[in-house]
Design a protein around this ligand. Sequence first.
Ligand SMILES: Cc1cc2nc3c(=O)[nH]c(=O)nc-3n(C[C@H](O)[C@H](O)[C@H](O)COP(=O)(O)OP(=O)(O)OC[C@H]3O[C@@H](n4cnc5c(N)ncnc54)[C@H](O)[C@@H]3O)c2cc1C
Length: 478
Amino acid sequence: MTDTTPAFDDEFDVIVVGAGAAGLSAALSAVEETGGSARVAVLERSTKDIRGGNTRWSGAYLRLQNTTTPVPNLVEYAMSASKGYANRDYYDALVREVPEAFDWLHEQGVELKSLPTIFLTLSATRYQPVGGGVNIVEPLFARLEATSATVLYETSAESLITDDRGRIIGLRVRERTGQVRTLGAGAVVLACGGFQGNREMMSKYVGRNAYRVPPISRGGAHNRGDGLRMALEVGAATEGQFDLFHAEPKDPRSAVAEAVVMTYPYGILVNSAGERFLDEGAKTVDLTYETVARTILQQDDSIGYAVFDQQVKQIPGYEHAIGTDVEPYTADSVEELETLLGLPAGSLVRTVAEFNAASAGDVSFVWSKLDGLASRPAGQPVKSNWARPLTEGPFFAYPQICANVFTFGGVKTDLDAQVVTSDGHPIDGLFGAGEMTGLYYEAYAGSTSVMRSITFGRIAGRNAARLSLQNTTERAIA
Ligand SMILES: Cc1cc2nc3c(=O)[nH]c(=O)nc-3n(C[C@H](O)[C@H](O)[C@H](O)COP(=O)(O)OP(=O)(O)OC[C@H]3O[C@@H](n4cnc5c(N)ncnc54)[C@H](O)[C@@H]3O)c2cc1C
């Protein structure tokens, strides 16, 4: 460090901010890269009992065709989901690096399987850790705790410290007690998630009614845009669509992380006026739920109701698609259900009657594929598939709101996971990975967030360790 280097309260070779999939992969990779010699610290805002960020609460589906290989055409799919705006080089690198990263993940004790998903109809295969994201987080923590790395819980990074040449040399952090400390670092990896837990930033970037969108998980509530703010303060460029986020519809009555009702393609969705407002069966469910959530947000009161009759329960495995742990509102007649939901008198009865009258198609209902059984009620949106009349009571409904899984806009990195300026220069000593790096535009390329967090977390950790040791050697020679 230069003569002007301030005295720090403590010093490390690599400091990783955030202990989710990206941060844990980075920290372990930094340790590994130096044969265990690097002094690595991980800062984590949360308490130890809920460690692991958004990742801990995630289903963590991975767009893989086996445990280490991305599905074919992942890059084309992701580019098309983003309407061509996404960084193709990033996706190319992802596809190239996933096999190594996922071999490594397996070595860390994370078991992946192809299991039944919350999606009864799917556009591509998925693998997931048995038990979800917590079973990525805990094995990685177990490995990390077996090294000399330090994990500082209930410690939030507040700002980056630079030297007079703009190189990152440390961080100012605030501990649980409120005390501020300075930590010196050869390199810093920002892996502290998006800004879904920060209402001010959500309003600033996403706009009107963004305050109505809660983070989908307790982990997400800790992701308050600190990584983005800190990186912007030192001149970072951005990437990804700042006015969008990955949206999922959820039952607001439930406290579980993924309180979804992914059976809605087999029923109807109505708003607080008791009216249908979109095509519930437009595509396979994994390709529609984000649009559904966003459209619910646009309704008056930002609430919807997924309404069913008993026929939905005949679909094999339909219970896998219900994540909420709260029972639905149930009634013997549509009229009674309308009253239970507090909808305007006659509204739901009319909507269902008109929908049913237009739904007597001669195409067979096939739950497992786009069956073409369509309904075109006058004055209502078309329902393109699975449009059976709702006739078999008792009828039941779940309320649905739009929740924020993670934000799309973030910091821009190069393929070495170094944070770059708007001129494309790497900011010396600063790396980024996971949600806090911007990637997505228009629509989320499903089941790629955990995959990229692990893969680029690993790249960031390795490169941060290399750079830190190189800087140390240079300083020793000087
Ligand atoms: C319910 C749910 C379902 C999901 N389903 C899927 C899925 O099926 N497939 C998929 O790919 N993705 C899914 N996701 C999204 C995915 O899990 C996350 O985007 C990904 O795991 C993010 O990893 P990360 O390491 O970047 O962030 P996180 O795991 O959120 O980790 C960031 C960490 O940084 C900490 N932090 C924040 N600010 C600071 C600070 N200033 N100082 C110190 N620490 C800080 C936070 O406490 C947090 O622990 C889902 C998410 C949820 C919640």
